[in-house]
Design a protein around this ligand. Structure first.
Ligand code: NAG
Ligand code: NAG
Ligand code: NAG
Ligand code: NAG
Ligand code: NAG
Ligand code: NAG
Ligand code: NAG
Length: 470
C-alpha cells in the first residue's frame, strides 16, 4: 500500500522546539515589595527584578522595601542609567540594550559593597563605566558587543584584583596588555576578533585559570572588524597553564600542528572539556593522554576518517557536527557516553555494532545525514536512550530496529521522505509507548492514505498479507 510521499518541514520542528516553558517570573507573589510599582516596566520575583525600559531611562525605584539583589534591564531605547535609577544592595546587574551608552558615575553607589557581577550588552558603550571604580568585590565582568576602545588602566587594575570571570566580546585589534591586570582570573572568554597571542599572555594566571575560551565567530555578525577569520597559528601560551579544566579554541588553524594531541598532554590530569571547532583538522587528534576528558567537540572539521580508538574512554559527551563523516564509527568503548551528536554528516547506514554496550546513552542526535537504514540490533543495549533525533534523513519508513529503543521519550523524525506504510505489531506498540508530547512520528492512515498523521495512535497495523517493512 503505497501512498503519497511527503516531506515535512524541519522548520516546523524547530519552531516547536522553541516553545519551551520559560523559568517564568512569578510577578504576583512579591509585587507589592517590588522597587518599581509599575509592573509594565519591572516585574519582581523572589530576589530578582526584570525591567523593560520603554524610553532612554528606567524610572527611579519608588520604594526600598525589597530584597532584590539581581536586576536585569533591557529595552532597545535604553541609553542611560542615572544616579538614582537602581535599588540598593545589588549583587548582580545585567543591562541589555544595543543603544545603551552611559552609566552615570554614581549609579552604583548603593551597591559598592555588594556587587558581584556586572554584565552589559551594548553596541554603544565606548569605555568601561567609571562607576565601577569604587565597587569593592566584583567577581564577574561581562562586556558583550561593547565597542570599548580605550581601557583605563587605573580601572582595569582596580577590577583586576577581584575579578575571576571575564567575558570580552569587544573589538580588540591586538592582544590586550591590560589583561595582565587581571591577576585572579579563573575564567576567560574571548569573543573577539582573532589576533596573535603572545607567548607570555597567561603567565600571570598560570595557576589560577581554569577555563579559557577563544570564540572567533561571534563578532563577525557585526562587521566591526575585518580581521582574519581563522587564525593561522596555535596559541602556545595556552600550554603553560597548569590547572586548565576547560579549553575552547575555535577557528585556530591546527592543520600545521604535527601532533595536536601531544600539544595538550600537559593538561592530562585536569582538562575535562576540549572544544576544537573549525580548526581545519583533517586527522583525529590522539587524545588518549587526557585521562579526565569528558566533553569533546570537534565540529566543523574535515574528519572523514573519524577515529574513536584514539579518544579517551572517559568521554561522556561527543559532538562532531559537520565533520564530513561518511561512515559512522564505533562508539562502543565509551561506556559512560550520555550524549552523542553527529548532525550534518554524510553517513547512510547505522550498523548494529556502533552503539553496543552504551547503556548510559541518553541523547543521540543524527539529524541531517543521509540515513536510509538502521540495522536490527542497533538499540538493543541503549537502555537509557530517551531522545533520538533523526530529522532530515532519507528514511522512507520507520526502521524495525526502532522498536528496540524502549526508553525513548522524544523522537524527532521530521524532514524524512516517508512512504506511507503499515507497521508491525512490535513497531506499533513501540510507538504507543513514546511520550506523546513531542513525538512526531508520521504514518499514513490506512483508511485514508492521503492523510498523514502526526499521531502515533493513527498508525495502521499490518494485516497478515501485508509485507512487513523493516
Ligand atoms: C531609599 O533609601 C535611600 C537611603 O538608603 C533614600 O535616600 C531614598 O530616598 C529611599 N527611596 C525611597 C523611594 O524610599
Ligand atoms: C549609538 O549612539 C549614536 C550616537 O549617540 C546613535 O546615533 C546611534 O543610533 C546609537 N546606536 C544604536 C544602535 O542605538
Ligand atoms: C564564574 O564562572 C563560573 C563558571 O563558568 C560560574 O559558575 C560562576 O557563577 C561565575 N561567577 C560569576 C561571579 O560570574
Ligand atoms: C590613575 O591614577 C593615578 C594615581 O592615582 C592618577 O595620577 C592618574 O591620573 C589616573 N589616571 C587616569 C587615566 O585616571
Ligand atoms: C590552514 O593552513 C593551511 C597551511 O598553511 C592552509 O593550506 C589552509 O588553507 C588553512 N586553512 C584555513 C581554513 O585557513
Ligand atoms: C564511568 O563512570 C564510572 C562512575 O562514575 C566510573 O567509575 C568509571 O571509571 C567511568 N569509566 C570510564 C571509562 O571513564
Ligand atoms: C529486522 O527485524 C524485523 C522484526 O523483528 C524482521 O522482520 C526483519 O526481517 C529484520 N531485518 C533483518 C535485515 O534482519
Amino acid at each position: 500500500m503505497m501512498c503519497r510521499v511527503f516531506r515535512s518541514s524541519l522548520l516546523a520542528w524547530l519552531m516547536l522546539g522553541l516553545i519551551v516553558p520559560s523559568e517564568g517570573v512569578n510577578a504576583t507573589e512579591s509585587a507589592k515589595d517590588c522597587p518599581w510599582q509599575d509592573s509594565s516596566v519591572c516585574t519582581c520575583s523572589a530576589n530578582q527584578a526584570i525591567c523593560y525600559a520603554r524610553g532612554p531611562r528606567i524610572p527611579k525605584p519608588s520604594n526600598n522595601l525589597t530584597q532584590i539583589d539581581s536586576l536585569s534591564i533591557s529595552g532597545y531605547r535604553l541609553i542611560e542609567i542615572g544616579d538614582d535609577d537602581l535599588p540598593p544592595n545589588l549583587k548582580k546587574i545585567e543591562v541589555k540594550s544595543l543603544s545603551f551608552a552611559y552609566f552615570s558615575s554614581n549609579a552604583l553607589r548603593k551597591s559598592l559593597k555588594t556587587l558581584e557581577r556586572f554584565s552589559v550588552w551594548s553596541l554603544n558603550l565606548t569605555e568601561l563605566p567609571g562607576s565601577l571604580r569604587e565597587v569593592e568585590g566584583l567577581e564577574g565582568l561581562e562586556l558583550r558587543h561593547a565597542r570599548i576602545k580605550t581601557w583605563n588602566r587605573n580601572l582595569t587594575r582596580h577590577l583586576g584584583r577581584t575579578i575571576k570571570n571575564l567575558t570580552l566580546n569587544v573589538p580588540l585589534d591586538k592582544w590586550p596588555e591590560w589583561i595582565t591586570d587581571f591577576v585572579q582570573l579563573e575564567t576567560l572568554l574571548l569573543r573577539t576578533p582573532h589576533f596573535e597571542v603572545p607567548p607570555d599572555a597567561f603567565d600571570h594566571v598560570q595557576n589560577t585559570l581554569k577555563k579559557l575560551e577563544f570564540d572567533g565567530q561571534f563578532f563577525y555578525r557585526y562587521d566591526f572588524y575585518p580581521g582574519p577569520f581563522v587564525l593561522p597559528m596555535f596559541p602556545e601560551a595556552v600550554t603553560k597553564l597548569q590547572s586548565l579544566e576547560m579549553l575552547s579554541l575555535e577557528r585556530f588553524n591546527l592543520s600545521t600542528v604535527p601532533d595536536v594531541g601531544a600539544t595538550f598532554a600537559g593538561f592530562g590530569n585536569t582538562l575535562h572539556t576540549l572544544y576544537l571547532r573549525a580548526c581545519d583538522l583533517s586527522v583525529t587528534p590522539n587524545l588518549l593522554l587526557l585521562s579526565k576528558l569528558t566533553k569533546l567537540r570537534l565540529s566543523f572539521n574535515n574528519l572523514l576518517n573519524f577515529r574513536t580508538d584514539i579518544l579517551p574512554p572517559t568521554l561522556q559527551f561527543i559532538k562532531c557536527v559537520r565533520c564530513h563523516l561518511i561512515d559512522i564509527p564505533d562508539f562502543s568503548h565509551f561506556k559512560n557516553l550520555t550524549e552523542l551528536s553527529l548532525d550534518f554528516n554524510d553517513f547512510s547506514t547505522i550498523r548494529s555494532t556502533v552503539f553496543q554496550g552504551l547503556e548510559n546513552l541518553k541523547t543521540l542526535s543524527l539529524t541531517k545525514n543521509k540515513i536510509t537504514s538502521i540495522e536490527n540490533g542497533t538499540f538493543l543495549d541503549t537502555s537509557s536512550l530517551d531522545t533520538l533525533a533523526l530529522s532530515g534523513n532519507s528514511l522512507s519508513h520507520l526502521p524495525e530496529a526502532m522498536a528496540e529503543a524502549k526508553s525513548i521519550q522524544l523522537l524527532q523524525m521530521f524532514g524524512n521522505f516517508f512512504t506511507c506504510s503499515c507497521i508491525s505489531q512490535d513497531l506499533n506498540s513501540w510507538i504507543r509507548s513514546i511520550d506523546t508530547v513531542r513525538a512526531s512520528v508520521k504514518i499514513c492512515q490506512e483508511d485514508n492514505p492521503d492523510i498523514v498523521s502526526f499521531w502515533r495512535s493513527d498508525a495502521s497495523l499490518c494485516r497478515d498479507d501485508d509485507p512487513i517493512v523493516g
